[in-house]
Design a protein around this ligand. Structure first.
Ligand SMILES: Cc1ncc(COP(=O)(O)O)c(C=O)c1O
Length: 378
């Protein structure tokens, strides 16, 4: 029997309608595994979602929005922009919301990149950005991360007259480490003003380190800096698809020209507004995450495993390249026990598994399983 993949490949080969050459070359994005054979309700720790779900106030706002589903959403996104502005002390007129931060990154790419332009990605930038850039016909330039840390020097070295954008995530994914404020400032100060710095802060809500820079104040003096944030992680609204960006008015204008008017749906706008205003709930989730990170790092280290520095809601563990304790064997061992980790995609550090910080019982299950795995000799 023909596999689904083969059918799709044959259909593409036989089709008269051809996508543009750049799109033909793209490899589709692969999302985290969500099933473990033999486990009806596996512990899914493969996509860095918040296992706590959203604030009860956000859930109520979501349900209440059910009464207005026959209406179009507010295309001007006034209430959510005002709430984000209040909570983060930002000018709401410089905020745009969208169908996840992914959509906003796509809009920035479409509005600011042309075929042949160069985009520099720090090695661990989010992969969707590369897909958007390549589809636009832009050229992807990768700045290596020596010691698995984003390097300002490696990025700056790669700027040419063709460079139009730099994309980097802080904290990054799949490692979870962040760029220190001094380094971020050096990047902004040394990047030509006609090169956009797209600073992806999807995991920024978890960070309490005083030398982390969320990037917002840089936008006010460097109009080429754009920050994207999401409600998919700490705020527990991944399924609703809602994110936002903060930018200079000169960036806002082109984005608004190509944004579809109702790109953020009515339920997402309502739930996100309630979520961002519920600071006490967000704080509880942040504390739970950060307490568990400390314990997980300590216990995994005691098992002889290396955990990369992380301030996000996930941790990356390095396993042996050979012998019984490889990442592949660890993944199989965890999946057998109904726990789904994320093997690191090609290009990331080898021999690693990325695991989301879960609920108490989920984290306990991971620690117990990895203790069993490390004591097994084959
Ligand atoms: C670094 C990073 N940026 C952006 C995203 C996408 O977030 P959103 O759900 O807002 O599209 C993710 C999702 O995992 C991510 O890891």
């Amino acid at each position: 029997m023909a596999t689904a993949k083969k059918i799709v490949k044959e259909a593409a080969e036989n089709s008269i309608l051809k996508p543009n050459a750049a799109v033909q070359e793209l490899a589709p994005y692969k999302q985290g595994q969500s099933q473990a054979e033999g486990h009806e309700e596996p512990i899914k720790l493969s996509s860095n979602e918040s296992p706590h779900g959203p604030s009860p106030l956000a859930l109520k706002a979501y349900h209440d929005a059910g009464n207005t589903l026959f209406r179009y959403p507010d295309g001007a996104q006034v209430d959510l922009r005002a709430a984000i502005g209040d909570v983060f002390s930002l000018n709401p007129d410089q905020i745009v919301c969208g169908n996840g931060s992914e959509e906003l990154q796509l809009l920035l790419v479409r509005a600011f990149l042309s075929a042949g332009d160069e985009v520099i990605f720090s090695e661990n930038a989010f992969v969707m950005g590369k897909i958007h850039a390549l589809a636009q016909g832009a050229k992807v330039v990768t700045a290596p991360e020596p010691n698995h840390h984003a390097s300002v020097d490696e990025i700056l070295k790669r700027i040419t007259p063709e460079t139009r954008m730099i994309m980097l995530a802080s904290p990054n994914n799949p490692i979870g480490d962040y760029m220190r404020r001094v380094d971020f400032m050096r990047l902004v100060e040394n990047t030509p003003s006609d090169v956009m710095i797209l600073y992806d802060g999807a995991y920024g809500d978890y960070v309490t380190a005083s030398d982390y820079d969320p990037g917002f104040s840089a936008v006010d003096w460097a109009p080429n800096v754009v920050v994207t944030r999401t409600f998919s992680k700490l705020y527990g609204l991944a399924g609703l698809r809602i994110g936002w960006l903060y930018c200079d008015p000169s960036v806002m204008d082109p984005v608004q020209r190509i944004r579809t008017p109702f790109n953020a749906n009515i339920a997402a706008l309502a739930a996100a507004e309630a979520a961002v205003r519920d600071g006490a709930y967000a704080e509880k989730i942040r504390e739970h995450n950060n307490e568990w990170l400390k314990r997980i790092k300590r216990e995994l280290k005691a098992l002889g495993l290396f955990v990369f520095p992380t301030v996000a809601n996930f941790y990356l563990i390095r396993f042996s390249a050979t012998g019984p304790h490889t990442a592949k064997n660890a993944a199989a061992y965890l999946i057998d026990r109904g726990i789904i980790p994320r093997p690191v995609a090609a290009g990331g550090p080898a021999d690693c598994l990325r695991i989301t910080v879960g609920l108490d019982y989920e984290n306990e299950a991971v620690l117990e399983a990895l203790t069993g795995f490390m004591s097994a000799t084959n």
